[in-house]
Design a protein around this ligand. Sequence first.
Ligand code: GLY
Length: 309
Amino acid sequence: MSAVIVVHGGAWAIPDELAKVSVDGVKAAVHKGFAVLQRANSALDAVESAVRALEDNAVFNAGHGAALNTNGEVELDAIIMDGKTLACGAVSSVKNIANPVSLARAVMEKTDHIMLTDSGANLFAESIGMATVPTDTLVTNYERKEWEKHKNYVTGVMENFNSRWAHDTVGAVAVDCSGNVACATSTGGIRNKMVGRVGDSPIIGCGGYADNFSGAVSCTGHGESILRVTLARRILSHIEQGKSVAEASDMSLQYMGERVRGAGGVIVVSPTGEWASTCTTERMAWAAVDNSVLYYGLEPNEKLKEQLS
Ligand code: GLY
């Protein structure tokens, strides 16, 4: 079977001035992840590499470019999961770390735990010699200005994630040629969140899940809604009951809209390489590589295509 990778740059009302850079960013990240997938035949390495590229790109709300909490500070969350073993690592509320997805992977591989938070995560990063950066270097002028303008969390979310105030999360899912799936998700969270608030992204089964028996999912959108419906696991449960990847994604996002009035987006891949990218927000930048074809989109239901050389 051929390997597949899908990435997203967050589901929200992406303004026109960020449309092109968002699409360019997800295309660049999927190229990076796909190169790793081809070279290493490892879905896990591929999703980490793609998410690192998105964290390094200040256009996206993860790593550099993270949204600020109510105190104007950065608090980052991330998860990574290996569908072969169900090994998982996550971090929440970390500062000073440019690539939280790699810290999450280190939690998975070098500790007996699944999640480390706040100063404990930072102490662990120090103990393994992971480079730290001054947190201010993760903050963009764009985010500082938006934070100064919009200081109300509830109003931003009430506008159904369809306002310019939100700014959400990155992620990747992949299946390698051996049929192993993996997912990774990373975020700065929602602007003006309370200090210490943790959203869906680092929570296993909510912001992401990967299982070789059903598939891999990375979610984006209103964290409190995604948590309430355990969105990633919900999608995989539908797949386990025989739904296609696209049907399971649509049904689950629709359920989240109806049950808790939440909007978001998901990318999903199955162990056989079936994949989908779906959102209920105004826009979500995403890209995929499948069988030497690059697919990408921004508007709901948009699926553009380019042949890879
Ligand atoms: N979906 C990201 C968050 O709510 O924090």
